[in-house]
Ligand binder design. Structure first.
Ligand code: ZN
Length: 343
């Protein structure tokens, strides 16, 4: 079978790997149809604390959708041809966090690794997965869109609603409104009636972010975003900041929060280290949430939102045949939304 493998930092290669064994008890075999590419697929683990566990070659792809191709013994509830997405880590299913549905806090995952990052991921034609970590895609949702549910959409769902507890009518600042998760955050916040301020890096993206429903768009190259946010909010600041940029924006993000505001972060693409004033943190009574991954429940909720019409923003689609173009596109700064590889 063909697989997209990372053979060195920032270097992907199409490889020919042996097909997997037939699915074991409790497993289903999935024919992968669409993989959502994330920047990490290309960058390796730049700036990430878990860099040491990287191995080459590594099958990339942290989120994907496909069809059930074979069913192992003892599996109920799946038929051949069912359209599915898969959880991105092999949780134990037994620890306290797993039993409580907090799958992304499973005690075993730090040892076992995240698929596509530490261990082989989904960018391959066939994969065996435990049936309990396989989720059916609702009718009316394409596999292309569903491929964005396990990470891009579910991460945002977990950040906004489990961690920041975003409420209808609140004001939120969404950083990098043209990114895969930024576009999802704008749509989900607008869908519950929030006012959305977003940052982008150029004017073309500003128009696209407005078209998604963002109420105010700040070009962070032209203006200090924290000053603009304070102007837009009558000096009060926003209720919630959606962070994933890191070093370049984090101190300003705190200044953009209102008293008692919440900041939720899932990334540090511009760098992982920042300095901020602890007096500001406690006097302003800020709440800061670190968020990583999502639960199976978040993935189901994401798919349900897609079925209700909140579609992911797809920048472009490629096949394995024109993968080089896809990677160039991913590296460019023009990307707006998700890049999908169709198998
Ligand atoms: Zn567990």
């Amino acid at each position: 079978m063909r697989a997209l493998t990372l053979i060195a930092d920032r270097k992907l290669e199409l490889a020919d790997l042996p097909d997997p064994r037939p699915p074991a008890a409790g497993e289903v075999q999935i024919r992968v149809r669409a993989v959502g590419l994330n920047h990490l697929d290309l960058w390796g683990y730049r700036g990430m604390a878990f860099a040491k566990r990287q191995k080459f070659p590594l099958v990339v792809g942290a989120e994907a959708a496909g069809e059930v191709a074979a069913i192992g013994p003892g599996v109920n509830g799946f038929s051949i041809g069912d359209r599915v997405v898969m959880y991105g880590a092999i949780t134990c299913g037994e620890c306290k966090a797993c039993r409580e549905g907090r799958d992304n806090l499973c005690e075993e995952v730090p040892k076992r690794g995240i698929m596509g990052f530490h261990i082989d991921g989904f960018a391959r034609e066939l994969i065996n997965m435990p049936a309990r970590l396989t989720i059916k895609v609702p009718d009316g949702v394409s596999l292309r869109d569903a491929a964005c549910a396990p990470i891009a959409f579910a991460t945002v769902e977990h950040m906004l609603f489990d961690n920041a507890k975003l409420q209808p009518g609140e004001m939120i600042l969404v950083h990098a409104g043209g990114s895969g998760i930024g576009t999802a955050a704008i749509k989900m916040a607008k869908a519950i009636g929030c006012t959305v301020i977003t940052t982008v890096g150029d004017d073309a993206k500003a128009d696209k972010a407005k078209a998604l429903g963002a109420d105010h768009v700040i070009n962070y190259r032209a203006d200090r975003f924290e000053h603009e946010v304070r102007k837009l909010t009558g000096k009060k600041g926003v209720d919630v900041v959606f962070e994933h940029v890191g070093a370049d924006t984090f101190p300003g993000s705190l200044l953009a929060l209102k008293r008692g505001g919440r900041l939720v972060t899932c990334g540090a693409t511009s760098g992982p280290s920042v300095t901020f004033n602890l007096m500001q943190l406690f006097q302003q009574q800020y709440k800061i949430f670190g968020s990583f991954g999502a639960s199976l429940r978040n993935i189901r909720a994401s798919l349900a939102k897609m079925a209700d019409g909140i579609a992911p923003v797809i920048d472009s689609e490629f096949t394995l045949g024109d993968i080089e173009q896809g990677l160039k596109r991913l590296e460019s700064r023009q990307v707006f939304g998700k890049i999908i590889i169709n198998f």
